[in-house]
Design a protein around this ligand. Structure first.
Ligand SMILES: [Cu+2]
Length: 169
């Protein structure tokens, strides 16, 4: 009886957290690396935008600078569908920043999770966390046309305007 009560309590406590993460979030974890075959379609983070770039593929370099004024420069990037982009992401500020590719819906969802877990760092192919003065690279292949977003998910930064748009045609 006691065990049943505890199990019920544990379920009650964990259910809201699972609901917060949402189906889009949980679907994104752990499926990105195509275990055991190259034919597995990418279903990880930012799948709406395409897939992680192939390091051997031809890529166009786009330099992006992040500042403590909560801005990305540039804040608008045009891409041709099918193109692989090597984002060289430089943190020109004194605070930590990050660049995460996604839809605005995904970015807002992840930003809400990070408000609760500010120490969280991203180790996903669609995101880099960059220390002041450093640069990191995101290699991404844009396989779908449309209008997509990127943002800094450090608490307060996205809301402060630290976001940009990628238009794929
Ligand atoms: Cu930032």
């Amino acid at each position: 009886m006691r065990t049943i009560l505890l199990a019920a309590l544990a379920f009650t406590l964990t259910a809201p957290a699972a609901a917060l993460a949402g189906p889009g979030h949980s679907a994104g974890h752990g499926h990105a690396h195509g275990h055991g075959g190259a034919a597995v379609p990418y279903e990880g983070h930012a799948a709406a935008l395409g897939e992680p770039g192939d390091p051997k593929a031809k890529a166009r370099t786009v330099s992006v600078t992040m500042t403590d004024e909560m801005r990305f420069q540039p804040a608008l990037i045009h891409v041709t569908r099918g193109e692989t982009i090597r984002f060289v992401v430089k943190n020109a500020g004194k605070a930590k920043h990050e660049m995460t590719l996604g839809t605005m819906e995904e970015l807002l969802e992840h930003a809400a999770v990070m408000e609760k877990h500010p120490e969280m760092e991203h180790d996903d192919p669609n995101a880099v966390t960059v220390e002041p003065g450093k640069s990191k690279t995101i290699l991404w292949k844009f396989t779908r046309s449309g209008s997509f977003d990127y943002g800094c998910l450090i608490p307060g930064h996205l809301g402060g305007g630290m976001k940009g748009r990628i238009v794929v045609r």
